[in-house]
Write a protein that binds this ligand. Structure first.
Ligand code: OGA
Ligand code: ZN
Length: 369
């Protein structure tokens, strides 16, 4: 887009474009984002905002179709703002981002099984890996099949995306029936639908569970989309939704090595007040310490959301096969498993986490390729 005309007001330039639309560029914003004051290599801002008055205005300016030139009182040479750059950065217009992927809530009718992608295709082709990550963003879950029969195949796949998150369970955790478990996941018992590590300051973003062995009887996986559940809960029971998004619940994991606690509501909202995340973990909920007169209302809401996530239309059941890996959004989906009989065969899953930021970064890098 080219510049048609530039008018100056008390605090801003009003740029009219050749299509006759117009945009306002406040002086302080232009000064702060002066292209000359971005580091030539890192492109980071080097300008110090506190070095100029908030009501800074140009000493002089001029423009043509391709650029706006401004002489600021604190600089010796003019700052040049290209028309294309100004158009791409108009205040109030959000910039294109390959990670603005619409999240589609689902029930089991919509999606009886997770979408599948091929491990070898993702290794070979950036497009296939990008498709997999877009499915993950859209539905909160994707299933990778055709992994090598190697215990480290799952963690190697993660290296295509980014570095892993370390927690008190290590970088990669072994999910199997253990002699002295410090966690219900390390038994053969059932795990109700839950969020992993609701007790952490930053709840791990994306979870990877590689199924290395699954020949035991039982042990089917369950998943439930909290985005779909919470949208409906907000309509049916707004008071419960409010309780769950405002009541600070204590969560805790403790064993002989650590005691990690954090408080947060069950439903997390974004800055606009819309659903962002669900953190719900029956086995990591610390003893609720709310005032007695709030406990009944809290329990009513907490029980209702648990029931809804487990309703047949929301609870997706799938038995992971050896050589498959499920990847899911730990802040959006709840996951669980049925009990299994450890005497009947081998069940060995290997898990790890990568944060949302890193997955999004990979989506942007792959989109730019
Ligand atoms: C876990 C977990 C699921 C499974 O380790 O947190 O949920 O299928 N495991 O064993
Ligand atoms: Zn889990």
């Amino acid at each position: 887009m080219k510049i048609d005309n530039v008018a100056q007001t008390e605090r801003a330039f009003q740029v009219t474009w050749t299509d006759q639309s117009s945009s306002e560029f406040p002086f302080i914003w232009l000064r702060d984002n002066d292209p000359h004051e971005l580091h030539p290599h890192t492109k980071e801002r080097t300008f110090d905002l506190t070095s100029v008055p908030i009501d800074i205005s140009p000493a002089s300016s001029n423009s043509d179709a391709d650029e706006l030139r401004v002489l600021w009182p604190d600089r010796e040479d003019s700052s040049r703002y290209e028309a294309a750059w100004l158009y791409a950065h108009q205040p109030g217009v959000s910039r294109p981002d390959p990670c603005n992927i619409k999240r589609v809530g689902w029930t089991v009718d919509d999606m009886p099984e997770p979408h599948r992608v091929d491990a070898k295709a993702c290794e070979r082709s950036p497009e296939a890996l990008l498709d997999a990550l877009v499915l993950l963003k859209t539905y909160g879950i994707v299933l990778v099949e055709n992994m090598d029969d190697d215990p480290s195949a799952g963690e190697k796949f993660g290296e295509l995306i980014a570095f892993k998150r370390e927690t008190n369970f290590g970088v990669v955790f072994e999910v199997m029936n253990k002699a002295e478990p410090n966690n219900l996941a390390y038994t053969a018992g059932a795990l109700p639908l839950h969020t992993d590590l609701a007790n952490q300051e930053f709840v791990p973003g994306i979870q990877f569970l590689h199924c290395y062995r699954n020949s035991a009887t039982g042990g089917g996986s369950t998943f439930s989309d909290a985005l779909a559940v919470c949208e409906q809960l907000k309509i049916d029971y707004p008071a419960y939704y409010k309780t769950l998004s405002t009541t600070s619940v204590p969560w805790r994991f403790h064993d002989s090595e650590c005691d990690v606690r954090q408080r947060r509501p069950v439903i997390g909202l974004n800055a606009k007040g819309d659903f962002r995340s669900l953190t719900l973990n029956p086995h990591l909920a610390d003893i609720p310490d709310l005032p007695a007169d709030q406990l009944y209302d809290f329990y009513a809401a907490y029980q209702e959301i648990m029931r809804r996530t487990r309703a047949p239309e929301h609870k997706l059941e799938y038995v992971l096969q050896q050589g498959e890996m499920v990847i899911f959004d730990n802040l959006r989906l709840l996951h669980g498993r049925e009990s299994f009989d450890p005497a009947s065969g081998d069940r060995h899953l290997r898990g790890y986490y990568i944060e949302h930021n890193e997955v999004e970064s990979r989506i942007r890098m792959l989109s730019n390729e």
